[in-house]
Ligand binder design. Structure first.
Ligand code: 13P
Ligand code: SF4
Length: 303
């Protein structure tokens, strides 16, 4: 990408000078994913890697809740996000006050919160989960009933894999809720060779017809290991672009959907972030300890 080259060179130089590392989510564009990121991964991997970073500064290329999670796990480090407006529809769907009301309505029921939430929400919950460990986290209480919030579809997909009764919330990912079983079945009917790989934020009927469902890294590993000749990644568009060079025999079939929040992060903004040391992500000290506990419980869960 010749047009990106000066940005890539400047970011990689400045990163060293500033003693900064770049953590990038699997939905970042290929120029970020391949050329400037030090660590890439799904939400759980990024949270775990954040605890191992030696550098003083973390540039989080992803959305705000991911940067906040890094700050919770590294309170002494400077966490920068190249665009403070990079949000998430799931994170927007619920507040800490909502969780307090749920606790009143369902006294004694453990609360599992998806990491795609604000620190304010995490502070009100027992433990966090991601798409890669949600079933394990839900079952870790040994309880009959668990609140799994705010993603209704993730909760329904977890419920299909466990005997635990799952109560949930009406939050949805604006990217994954748009996929329908009808459109995917039409692809499969037109070409039965296509393997359908879906993220568990998709509606239940979409996951039901998928050949595999898992976190973004789970999906990448499936393609790397199995090399299906034709695959439909039912997720954000950058996923296919990021791995296609690694798996030359695999044909990636559309559709995909763009996450407008993830796409706010660009090379010029990353460079700006490093030059100006902005924008710093901070967590209100009144909630930080409780929110940290919920994330640490998840990170420390034995697999
Ligand atoms: P993963 O934890 O699977 O990377 O998912 C994060 C996310 O925001 C998916 O929309
Ligand atoms: Fe949030 Fe969906 Fe974007 Fe992931 S893809 S950051 S869940 S809006």
């Amino acid at each position: 990408w010749p047009v990106y080259a000066p940005y890539i060179a400047a970011i990689n130089r400045l990163k060293k000078e500033r003693n900064a590392v770049i953590l990038a989510h699997n939905y970042q564009t290929p120029d970020i994913f391949h050329c400037v990121a030090d660590i890439v991964g799904d939400s759980l991997q990024l949270a775990k890697e954040a605890t191992k970073v030696d550098a003083e500064i973390i540039i989080q290329c992803g959305v705000h809740f991911m940067a906040e999670t890094s700050k919770l796990l590294n309170p002494e480090k400077t966490i920068l996000i190249p665009d403070m407006k990079a949000g998430c529809s799931l994170s927007e769907s619920i507040t800490g006050a909502d969780v307090r009301l749920l606790r009143e309505r369902y006294p004694g029921v453990p609360v599992v919160t998806y990491v795609n939430t604000s620190a304010d929400v995490k502070a009100e919950t027992d433990i966090c989960c991601t798409s890669s460990n949600a079933v394990q986290v839900v079952e870790s209480f040994g309880a009959d009933t668990v609140l799994c919030i705010p993603d209704e579809y993730l909760a329904m997909n977890v419920a299909a894999q466990t005997d635990v009764k799952i109560l949930t919330w009406k939050g949805h990912c604006e990217v994954h809720e748009r996929f329908t079983a009808e459109e995917l079945l039409a692809y499969k009917e037109a070409d039965p060779e296509i393997e359908i790989i879906a993220h568990p934020e998709c509606p239940r009927e979409v996951v039901e017809i998928a050949d595999y469902a898992g976190s973004t890294s789970g999906m990448i590993n499936y393609v790397r290991d199995r090399r299906p000749p034709k695959v439909l990644l039912v997720t954000e568009c950058s996923m296919a672009s990021n791995i296609e060079s690694e798996v030359p025999g695999v044909q990636f079939v559309k559709p995909c959907n763009l996450c407008p929040h993830m796409k706010r992060i660009t090379l010029p903004k990353i460079l700006d972030s490093l030059c100006e040391m902005k924008e710093e992500v901070l967590v209100d000290p009144a909630i930080a300890d409780r929110a940290r506990l919920a994330v640490e419980r998840m990170v420390n869960l034995k697999h």
